[in-house]
Ligand binder design. Structure first.
Ligand code: CA
Ligand code: CA
Length: 299
């Protein structure tokens, strides 16, 4: 199986990036990823302020998918996520929701074993591995890997885990898929500025879809279909995610504007992915019972 190692990584999703590897539509590919600190934190004595910021948020890749052309949708089936044996968390003044209260910086290293992340002597949490950064190259200027957007990127969505399928836009020839910033477990919101940041290995199947009308980024798992939207404010991100799902219901399920809106008000769950990145990210979750009732099949 094709494996892309961490020696080929980018800090911008950019059409000018040299492909790390080439795949055919339908291929399975493994991405080895560093943690969001580029593996710099090896001791709790290290602090955020002492890190080399040019190494932050590396994304492994990009992968060129042959036949993927602008206007297509890239289907990324997340088959598995393997994690390293420990994760890292940091905080500090100005970082995250509590940043204005903090006087100094702190670092925590969390052992990951037996399916649990050990937070302290009293608390451990079941692993819920997720991909924080995953995206394609945008059509115009490159976008820093720390920023989310219509291309995907640093969405920090807890639902982007094994068993889920992510649909991303293809803006440039080959799509140029890159990913990194795994979290062993994270709460919705990422309020402290990080999850349990960890290195690992992600296995995905990539397919270029022609004529796919899904609003992207779009995410599907066994129970839920989700639109994901990023904007400068949480309000705008919530509105964008809701309108994207509303459009999906009308275009793909044939609902009227009233029926689709009332349905979202009854059964749609609006959730925050993260509120700590340069753009904020929200998602609208729709139960798969809806798409099943309308005999809708995802491509
Ligand atoms: Ca992130
Ligand atoms: Ca992260």
């Amino acid at each position: 199986m094709l494996t892309i190692r961490t020696n080929t990584r980018v800090h911008k999703m950019d059409r000018g990036n040299t492909p790390a590897a080439y795949a055919k539509s339908g291929d399975t590919v493994r991405f080895e990823t560093l943690d969001c600190f580029g593996g710099q934190v090896t001791s709790e004595d290290q602090r955020l302020g002492g890190l080399d910021w040019s190494c932050i948020n590396p994304a492994t890749g990009p992968l060129f998918i042959e036949g993927a052309a602008p206007g297509d949708v890239l289907k990324v089936e997340i088959l598995s996520i393997e994690l390293a044996d420990h994760g890292v968390m940091v905080d500090g003044p100005g970082e995250g929701v509590m940043g204005s209260l903090l006087k100094d910086e702190a670092t925590k290293i969390l052992p990951v074993e037996n399916g649990m992340a050990k937070f302290n002597d009293r608390l451990a949490f079941p692993l819920r591995p997720m991909i924080g950064v995953i995206g394609t190259a945008p059509a115009g200027s490159g976008i820093d890997t720390g920023t989310p957007g219509a291309h995907g990127g640093n969405m920090d969505c807890t639902r982007i885990g094994a068993g889920a399928t992510l649909y991303l836009p293809v803006n440039v020839e080959g799509a140029l898929l890159a990913m990194g910033d795994l979290h062993a477990v994270m709460g919705d919101g990422e309020v402290g500025v990080c999850g349990v940041e960890i290195a690992g290995m992600v296995t995905v199947r990539v397919s270029a879809l022609k004529g796919c009308a899904l609003p992207t980024p779009f995410l599907v798992n066994d129970e839920t279909a989700m639109t994901i939207f990023s904007a400068k404010t949480v309000d705008d991100a919530c509105t964008g995610a809701t309108l994207a799902m509303h459009a999906f219901l009308m275009q793909e399920l044939g609902m009227s504007d009233h029926e689709a809106g009332m349905l979202l008000s009854v059964a749609g769950n609006l959730c925050i992915c993260q509120i700590v990145d340069p753009e904020k990210t929200c998602r609208m979750e729709l139960p798969r019972t809806v798409t099943k009732a309308y005999h809708y099949q995802f491509a």
